[in-house]
Design a binder for this molecule. Structure first.
Ligand SMILES: Cc1cc2nc3c(=O)[nH]c(=O)nc-3n(C[C@H](O)[C@H](O)[C@H](O)COP(=O)(O)O)c2cc1C
Length: 356
């Protein structure tokens, strides 16, 4: 049997395989409420054989949206709109998860497919962003530094959104601390220039993330909590693998179930050399340094390639993003490539299965 299609237990939640869908913003919601687009988009991956389907970066407060079109979980209308979507994922054999997010200084931007780019002006639905320090991301408006009450409010908002997520039927939660968004902005010395308890030392820069994870864990009890981290800013003097491993160790002590290891997003000018599996070594470093469950992501596009990542001991789980968009039945295809597709095909589709 392949490793990729061996079930995995994540803090008590059994998942049918280790090929999961990475969170992907659709920029298609109104007032944070998911709709028919999100329903079809996410459910198709469950039909297509995914183990876990992680719904897109979903804002815990309105000002935490990357764009005005992001989904949210800051009110009960949004919670109720997610419920049929999680049920559809579950009914197709996958585990529904959601990424809880706050974009900080990278909020209030145009969707990538909008004709405009950069920050959305206030008179077109934008807002003033917040961040650890009043330091802008290149090309975006300058944020306001959060005060201590503002930081407390962020912690409470993550916890409240987590409660709504579980009530909506999500069975795993991922805290988004990567890609240059708010929690990553606190971690990296390049965006965090605070001189209080939330800036300076690594302990201080990690304080907000640790508080958020504690609050979410307290709020949702047994629901597994994953954390997505950028393992490096890809620039000298920025966030790096060593700091990532240390913070991940602290997060393990706080009961984090698994790490989703990505990279970049904090510095617009960073030069990143991408290619097949380009972030796998970062996942492997966190796995070695923590002993925790770790997923790898980034240009992993076939069953054999994913299997090789697991066989090498570099990760326990493989996430894919764009390959699921190219082929929403990537899981069925990968299973076939590994000779494992007997179980996973929906009965309705079996007539299309190619037998070896
Ligand atoms: C359309 C699109 C939307 C994305 N949105 C998110 C997101 O909401 N949260 C996140 O952490 N990463 C997001 N990402 C990054 C993916 O989760 C993934 O890490 C990245 O695409 C690399 O994996 P891949 O090479 O398999 O696509 C997005 C990527 C794409 C292509």
């Amino acid at each position: 049997m392949s490793l990729l299609f061996t079930p995995i237990d994540v803090h008590g939640v059994t998942v049918r395989n280790r090929l999961w869908v990475a969170p992907m913003c659709q920029y298609s919601a109104a007032d944070g409420v998911p709709n028919d687009w999100h329903h079809v988009h996410l459910a198709q991956f469950a039909s297509g054989g995914a183990g876990v389907v992680i719904a897109e970066a979903t804002a815990v407060v309105p000002e935490g949206r990357i764009s005005p079109d992001d989904t949210g979980l800051w009110n009960d209308e949004q919670r109720d709109a997610w419920a049929p979507i999680t049920a559809a994922i579950e009914a197709r054999g996958a585990v529904p998860a959601v990424q809880l997010a706050h974009a900080g200084r990278k909020a209030s931007t145009w969707a990538p497919f909008a004709p405009e780019s950069g920050s959305v002006p206030a008179d077109q639905g934008g807002w003033t962003t917040v961040a650890p320090s009043a330091v802008a991301f290149t090309g975006y408006d300058t944020p306001e530094a959060l005060d201590l009450d503002g930081i407390d409010a962020v912690v409470s908002a993550f916890a409240a959104a987590a409660v709504r997520a579980v009530a909506a039927g999500f069975r795993m939660l991922e805290v988004h601390a990567a890609h240059g968004y708010l929690l990553h902005q606190f971690l990296s010395p390049l965006s965090n220039q605070r001189t209080d308890a939330y800036g300076g030392s690594l302990e201080n820069r990690a304080r907000l993330l640790l508080r958020v994870v504690d609050a979410v864990r307290d709020a949702v009890g047994d629901t597994p909590v994953l954390v997505r981290l950028s393992a490096t800013d890809w620039v000298d003097g920025g966030w790096d693998v060593e700091q990532t491993v240390q913070v991940a160790r602290w997060l393990v002590e706080r009961g984090v179930a698994a790490f989703d290891i990505s990279s970049g997003g904090l510095v617009a000018e960073a030069r990143i050399t991408t290619g097949p599996g380009y972030q796998v070594a970062l996942a492997a470093a966190v796995r070695r340094g923590t002993g925790a469950l770790v997923s790898a992501v980034g240009e992993i596009t076939s069953g054999p390639q994913a299997e090789q990542v697991l066989e090498a001991g570099d990760a326990d789980i493989v996430l894919a993003g764009r390959e699921w968009l190219r082929d929403p039945h990537f899981g069925l295809r990968a299973a076939g490539e590994l000779g494992e597709d007997a179980e996973i095909w929906p009965a309705q589709y079996v007539r299309a299965r190619r037998r070896a």
